[in-house]
Design a protein around this ligand. Structure first.
Ligand SMILES: O=C(O)CCC(=O)c1ccccc1C(=O)O
Ligand SMILES: [Mg+2]
Length: 360
């Protein structure tokens, strides 16, 4: 097993209520068995995951565990190695788990989404365009450009400005794109209960399907109380702190935003999506919508996220169209969105290392 650092600049930084993301640093994890190589990506986003230093330490530890005999040749190495990753290091776990899944899917000669449990052939997944904070004019410009490119679902960042200003932005977008385009918001935890109540009331007339993380991550009761109107409640940051089981049991969400890098791997995203669809023991009848999104990752992690979305039947538009924000990438195959969909790589494993061609 080897671990190699990388650093990627963003060509188009993403401004949210609490930060502007300008670059992404992480590690590529490579595992080889019998001439077959699996590659994983660990791209921590401090605040959501461990820091880059904590991630490096966890990965270096995994390398030393993997070199212990007889583990270096064992087939139960995945579980042993993952068990050594601290729960506080989900990005490190994501990188290791993706490397193992890529390796095993290649060995089984399956595309990753099939290896993960997808039962039907899926050639593409629907995606939303991601629109950062900006003036009314800049927001409408970005929204119109996205719709011109064929997106039929837009997610706009809110929460960086007063509620009235955000409502004005979304109303201007609705007026510009018409009634057929799905609009979502993402407040990244910026609102108080009073602000959220006002925003939800005013956004009903704009036909916003849901707002991600209206309130702070630990405010389960507040989110539960916000539900019930036309605008749905999606939880995102909360999932970095509170288990999916607890969230579903509290009835705190209409939608769960599942970030592989934050949950610690594609396997965890799939388990959470199944739980959302099927409910927990105490919430068996509830149908919560799972959405898969990136944390603005490199090509290996974005491709993995596309695969796990493809493995979930009936998946709604996901937040996976983030590759074009990067100024540079880990692969020349950038997983572009075309008419609001990203093609699922159909070769063996996650994605071909060769440029733009999938493994036959
Ligand atoms: O969901 C999307 O459309 C793209 C991903 C995204 O918005 C995001 C990217 C990095 C960090 C946080 C978030 C977020 O959903 O809050
Ligand atoms: Mg979000």
């Amino acid at each position: 097993m080897t671990v190699e650092p990388f650093s990627l600049d963003l060509a188009r930084p993403l401004s949210t209520a609490d930060r502007t993301i300008t670059h992404r640093d992480g590690f590529l994890v490579r595992i080889e068995r019998d001439g077959v190589e699996g590659i994983g990506e660990a791209t921590p986003l401090p605040g959501w995951t461990e820091s880059i230093d904590e991630c490096r330490t966890a990965l270096e530890r995994a390398v030393s565990v993997s070199e212990r005999e007889p583990l270096a040749r064992s087939t139960t190495d995945r579980e042993t190695i993952l068990a050594e990753v601290p729960a506080s290091c989900p990005a490190a776990r994501h990188g290791l788990a993706l490397a193992f899944s890529d390796l095993r899917a290649r060995q089984a000669r399956q595309p990753l989404y099939r290896y993960l449990g997808g039962t039907e052939r899926v050639t593409s997944v629907p995606v939303n365009a991601t629109i950062g904070d900006g003036s009314v004019e800049a927001t409408v410009r970005a929204a119109t450009r996205a719709v011109d490119r064929g997106y039929d679902c837009l997610k706009c960042k809110v929460g960086a400005r007063p509620v009235t200003a955000d409502v004005e932005r979304l109303r201007a977008v609705r007026d510009a794109v018409g009634p057929a385009v799905e609009l979502r918001g993402d407040a990244n935890g910026a609102w108080s209960r009073e602000q959220a109540d006002r925003a939800f009331e005013e956004l009903e007339a704009v036909n916003i399907s849901y707002v991600e993380q209206p309130l702070s991550p630990d405010n389960i009761e507040g989110h539960t109380a916000l539900r019930g109107g036309d605008v749905g409640v999606a939880l995102d940051e909360t999932l970095a702190e509170i288990s999916v089981n607890e969230i579903l049991s509290a009835g705190a969400a209409d939608v769960l935003i599942l970030k592989p890098m934050v949950l610690g791997g594609l396997d965890r995203v799939r388990d959470a999506a199944i739980m959302a669809h099927e409910g927990t023991d105490s919430t068996s009848s509830e149908d919560v919508i799972p959405i898969v999104t990136t944390t603005i990752d490199g090509a290996y992690a974005r491709s993995g996220a596309v695969h796990v979305a493809a493995s979930i039947s009936g998946i709604s538009a996901c937040g996976l169209a983030t590759g074009d924000r990067l100024a540079e990438d880990l692969l020349t195959h950038r997983l572009p969105a075309t008419r609001g969909r990203i093609a699922v790589p159909q070769g063996n494993g996650n994605i071909s290392r060769r440029s733009g061609i999938t493994d036959a």
